[in-house]
Design a protein around this ligand. Sequence first.
Ligand code: SF4
Length: 462
Amino acid sequence: MPSFYIEQFGCRATQADGAALERQLRDRGCVAATSVFAADIIIINTCTVTSAADSQARDSIRKIHSQNPSASVIVTGCYAQRAPEELAALPGVSCVIGNSHKAQIPEVIHSLRLPGTSKISDFVPAAALNSAPLSLASAPAKIITGDIFEQTSLLAAPVFGGEGHHTRPVLKIQDGCNSRCSYCVIPFVRGKSRSLPPESIIEEVQRLSDAGYREIVLSGINLGAYGRDFSVRGEFIDLLRRVLDETSIDHLRISSIEPLDVTQDLVALFVSTDRIAQHFHMPLQSGSDRILAAMHRWYRAEHYARRVELIREHLPHAAIGADVIAGFPGETQADHDATLAFVDRLPFTYLHVFSFSTRPGTRAATLPAQVPASIIKQRSRELRAFAETKAAAFRRSQIGRTLRVLTLRPDKEPPNTSPALSTNYVKVRVPGAWIPNVQLEVSILREESNFLVGEPTASPPH
Ligand code: SF4
């Protein structure tokens, strides 16, 4: 069977697709190559959330083709769904398969390698195919995409790797989105919201717990929408309760959740157990109601503020993080100042700041008063500086407290210490060479650059 290599780009959702593809290909006897040089088939799993992501993918395709010209290159992912022709035109690309048909990549590869076996059209609707059977070598790149909103399957497998995730696997449980934020291309490349059945999640979480993982990060495109696509509507909070009741996992972390999905009940659940990380990541995007309206976000600054206050009231030391976009079309200095004032007023513990990037096909791409790149840069810089002061203040507020942390994969600096991550999402260093995946109670002594230094008091009972 052929060897394959998957080049990953983008968010956890796309990486989970890649992990699922890898699992499927291995199950079919395909061999995972250790590098692009050694692979017969290279799958490039693209992202298109910003124009920078697009150009990274194009550069990577060119580079990979020059590194291994004999390999068959299949380009998939969000960029392939949004603009397949752009990718099909690049040198060395054999096939462009959109997210709409991503789940069929194993069959495509399978059918390629078994002489006389069924033509590819057995697997892909004729409409999406030229009639001729697919031979990747010489033919111009084939494009296999369809209507993403007809997509019902959800590709998911635990993602290991990437910052701290060797120890804390990420499990995608929801994909797609039914919202239409005016700057966002995601619904048009990942389709409507759909959820993994609770039984599959419980099985996967227990499998990871049995394998010794102590923390699992639950992720999705719009996690709070989990279960709403079921014939009998489910709720994210009910899934969390089932995972806590029916698995032995020590610690769950919620990757992100939309602000209006943070309810009193959800906060109460977080308060009621030490098996869910005290960490809320809620996209904000702007502190200006005028801009939130133009973004088609379905809340206003005060609604968001009330969620933050609710969390702070019941979880005084929880991490509260937010995504913020700088330079949305029409954003004035006053709007930007409103965002800075809003961030300053609320107890955020970190921010992820994004510079607005025009995405073809989105409403925001055609809005007037696009903000000049130099202004966007300036505002992003200001927001990032603000974010660092908030993060530093939060770190210092933890000195003298005892935090529960999980040791992570060892690194070299500073020597004779080990990295760890606290339940409330602070990087902590503990003295000594600890193996990864150990939960510790750590007394926080001081801050050093962007992390805290602590002394283990004792390992938790379980
Ligand atoms: S909630 Fe909005 S920003 Fe998030 S994926 Fe959906 S459309 Fe995009």
